[in-house]
Design a protein around this ligand. Structure first.
Ligand code: PRP
Length: 179
């Protein structure tokens, strides 16, 4: 396979991603076997691919919904997060799971967890495909696919300037592309 010239190497191949997503879905299906439904919330846009695959591997009743957030000053320590698109339902007494493609600084997941906790769900858990080693997460990541090094990654939902998002694998972007 010829890699796009922007890419340094494949970090997580497609078959490895799919195998891990299946394992996560199996675990989640077991853990939620006795609930009426699981309310999955994908964080746009990055999580759309992961959520689509994860949901199709689930064997329990579930609802798929999305939120979109925007962060001010992504690189700034204090970068605030705000909701730009919310879910359809109030979430009171729902078993809710936040589904993220990546936990990078951890700020988005932390903000969403605290915000959704305030809506009185029956339970609230988090699921992420990848987490960077540098992530400082003050909330639990209950279901995690992979830890990855602190490099810019694209593919399987992740982008660089809206490029490479729909690659079926996760790849490391060459430093010269974003520096
Ligand atoms: C990415 C990713 C996560 C968030 C993680 O979204 O999809 O939602 O950043 O970063 P954090 O842990 O540092 O908060 P991005 O803002 O790039 O938007 P996109 O998903 O629409 O590309």
């Amino acid at each position: 396979m010829t890699l796009h010239p922007d890419l340094a190497r494949v970090l997580v191949p497609e078959d490895t991603i799919q195998a891990h997503v299946k394992v996560l879905a199996h675990q989640i299906s077991q853990d939620y076997a006795n609930v009426e439904r699981l309310y999955l919330i994908g964080v746009l846009r990055g999580a759309f691919m992961f959520l689509a695959d994860l949901a199709r591997y689930l064997t329990i009743p579930h609802t798929v919904d999305f939120m979109a957030v925007s962060s001010y000053g992504k690189t700034a320590v204090s970068g605030a997060v705000r909701i730009v698109m919310d879910v359809r339902e109030p979430l009171v007494n729902e078993h809710v799971m936040i589904v993220e493609d990546i936990v990078d600084s951890g700020r988005t997941l932390s903000y969403l967890y605290k915000t959704l906790q305030g809506r009185q769900p029956a339970s609230l858990k988090t699921c992420a495909l990848v987490s960077k080693n540098r992530a400082q997460v003050d909330v639990p990541v209950d279901y995690l696919g992979f830890h990855i090094p602190d490099v810019w990654v694209v593919g399987y939902g992740l982008d660089y300037a809206d490029k490479h998002r729909t690659l079926p694998f996760i790849a490391e972007l060459k430093e010269e592309v974003y520096k």
